[in-house]
Ligand binder design. Structure first.
Ligand SMILES: Cc1cc2nc3c(=O)[nH]c(=O)nc-3n(C[C@H](O)[C@H](O)[C@H](O)COP(=O)(O)OP(=O)(O)OC[C@H]3O[C@@H](n4cnc5c(N)ncnc54)[C@H](O)[C@@H]3O)c2cc1C
Length: 595
């Protein structure tokens, strides 16, 4: 049996060209993102965005540093830099000569590396703790070897060799997870081999009649997006990490994209997948629209976090590119008004592809990231501000914003825009234009760059998320903010913390909630650990307030200690039994979820 569902033989099938990574898209190893982009402080003390890739690139953000100083209640000096020590000492590799010899039979020299900085990079994702450790701390263990398979067959052979020679395999997608899912267990005595999947990046076929595509698991989101668009399609899955995360990573973490309201979450979009496990290949003969075939192993792969096997390809649903894409935004006098709007909107047939409600602090942060206006724009923005504050009577310290993306046919979009505006008005909302909406979404791509930039100035920040029933959404956000503020004060940490929330993916029963939390850490001993303690306290409060352990980031190692508080012993034992039966030698020994 073929291991990848074959396309129907017909001229409806497109076989796209292989994607060749562009040298200009090289990624940084020590910080988030493309090498050509970073935030810096110029000679006048203003933040600026270097490079020319993004809309903000080349811009001076004159309001950002003053806003940060005011918000955190501290004085940051451009000359007082917390210098990165990257690369820190990299542990020497644990050798497994038998494995290395065996893989030479089917991997070329350029498919294997022992390079230290690459090994360091393959041993972490993007949690603040990991990013702090690689610049200012230490790591006890990183992968000992990286292999770059290019075919399904090579992955199968790798697993056979791993079993024969006692090696632990860790699949690596884009390294964007925020759960310590790639962090190596320092107690692991075996050689750890990172299986870097990004050379398996082909769209194997597109079936334009049945609207499906078979894509290799190492394909990166931005490439999938661009290549499908060239043929008039989209998968509709757009996590904020789309520039770097991979299809296999999306499945393994059970990801959710910003347009899930229209297209669905990853589990809604994947019809079938092929997985190389310790005891063989999981595959099927066809990818049907829906089936009832008994217990379904595919479901177990969503959220498997590298513990059960390596996803090598998947058949996904496609959508024609929308005829129209429009941005929009609404302002509400308070977060409560905005939440009322979101809840009612979620139960209408007019939910836009994406809707995000940010609280007042996050709204202000967005304003602080606006480049300085010049000429007519100065008057326009003053006029707008005057209208919102003086005519509409909104309070600058309470108002919130909702950004919207509409996608569909012209009629659908027009209907949704009308319905959303009318519903917004019911909650005292006012339309704030498409430009503000578009900017809001573009900023998404800047957030992780800003996190790394601020770390240079003793500010540590990151996000965590949850989902909750509608009746819990507002109380949960209030409780978590209050808890963090109290804990911050109790520990006498410097200045004021930055705590902000937004309500994002919508469901009829509830919503996803996304927090950013950060603080100034100069003078604080072991700040990354302090952050972790506070994040754990916030998570406890989330669970107490009715939230989930995670809506889309997953568990990894960061949150595995919470599993016994959300699942029965029997539920946990079931998971361990599956792992023991399918991977008795623990070849996929990455250790996520305690598996
Ligand atoms: C700035 C930023 C924005 C983000 N935005 C979102 C968002 O909007 N939505 C969202 O859901 N998440 C988001 N994330 C989290 C992250 O991008 C997702 O978890 C993503 O799905 C991880 O994919 P990856 O390819 O980078 O996987 P990696 O980080 O490389 O790996 C994650 C886990 O999956 C396993 N894995 C990877 N590939 C495979 C494979 N082929 N087979 C089996 N296991 C595999 C790894 O072993 C690991 O356990 C964001 C993260 C950042 C830093």
């Amino acid at each position: 049996m073929s291991t990848t569902p074959a396309p129907r033989a017909s001229d409806a099938i497109i076989v796209p060209e292989r994607i060749t990574p562009k040298p200009a898209d090289a990624e940084s190893l020590d910080v988030w993102g493309f090498q050509d982009t970073r935030f810096a402080i110029d000679g006048d003390g203003n933040a600026e965005v270097l490079g020319n890739r993004y809309e903000l690139s080349g811009q001076k953000l004159t309001r950002l540093m003053p806003w940060i100083r005011d918000t955190l209640g501290i004085d940051i000096s451009a000359s007082d830099v917390f210098r990165s020590q990257y690369p820190i000492a990299i542990p020497p590799p644990v050798a497994n000569a038998g494995f290395c010899t065996a893989i030479r039979d089917f991997l070329r020299e350029d498919q294997v590396t022992l390079d230290g900085e690459l090994r360091l990079r393959h041993g972490h994702g993007q949690t603040q703790e990991e990013m702090f450790a690689i610049k200012y701390g230490s790591v006890a263990r990183v992968p000992d070897l990286i292999v770059y398979p290019e075919t399904q067959e090579q992955v199968e052979k790798l697993v056979v060799c791993a079993e024969a020679h006692g090696v632990s395999l860790v699949p690596y997608g884009g390294g964007t997870n925020v759960t310590d899912a790639l962090r190596c267990d320092e107690e692991e005595p075996r050689a750890i081999v990172s299986v870097e999947m990004r050379r398996m990046n082909r769209i194997l076929w597109i079936d334009r009649v049945n609207l499906t595509a078979c894509i290799e698991a190492g394909a990166v989101g931005r490439d999938i997006q661009a290549q499908l668009a060239a043929y008039g399609f989209t998968m509709g899955h757009e996590p904020d990490s789309i520039e770097f995360s991979t299809l296999g990573g999306w499945i393994a973490t059970n990801a959710s994209g910003m347009k899930k309201n229209k297209y669905g979450n990853i589990e809604d979009l994947v019809l079938d997948m092929t997985v190389v496990t310790a005891n063989g290949v999981l595959s099927r003969t066809a990818a049907s629209p829906r089936e009832s075939v008994g217990l379904d192993w595919r479901r177990m792969m969503f959220g498997s976090e590298g513990t059960l096997g390596i996803v090598t390809s998947a058949v996904v649903k496609l959508f024609p590119l929308p005829e129209v894409q429009e941005y929009g935004s609404l302002l509400f006098p308070t977060f409560e008004d905005g939440c009322g709007f979101m809840q009612e909107l979620a139960r209408t047939p007019s939910v836009p592809a994406s809707v995000r409600l940010v609280d007042n602090l996050q709204f202000q942060f967005g304003q602080a990231l606006k480049p300085a206006s010049t000429g007519w724009k100065v008057y326009k923005s003053r006029l707008e501000k005057f209208f919102v504050l003086n005519v509409k009577g909104f309070d600058a310290g309470k108002m919130v914003a909702c950004t919207l993306v509409f996608e569909g046919t012209r009629e659908e979009v027009a209907q949704q825009q009308k319905a959303v505006t009318a519903l917004g008005a019911k909650y005292k909302g006012m339309a704030a234009g498409s430009e503000n909406g578009r900017r809001g979404y573009q900023l998404t791509y800047g957030i992780a760059y800003i996190r790394d930039f601020l770390m240079n100035y003793y500010i540590i920040a990151e996000s965590f998320e949850t989902s909750a029933a509608w009746s819990d959404v507002l109380p949960l956000i209030r409780n978590v903010k209050k808890k963090l503020e109290e804990e911050y004060a109790r520990r006498k940490l410097p200045g004021a913390p930055f705590i902000t929330a937004r309500v994002t993916q919508l469901y009829r029963t509830g919503a996803a909630i996304y927090f950013y939390f950060g603080f100034y850490f100069k003078g604080v001993a072991n700040p990354s650990h302090v952050y972790l303690e506070l994040e754990n306290i916030a998570r406890e409060e989330i669970l107490r307030s009715g939230g989930s352990l995670s809506h889309h980031h997953g568990v990894g190692k960061l949150r595995r200690h919470f599993l016994p508080s959300i699942m029965s012993d029997t539920a946990l034992a079931w998971k361990r039994s599956v792992k023991a039966a399918t991977d008795p030698k623990n070849i996929f020994g990455v250790g996520n979820q305690g598996l």
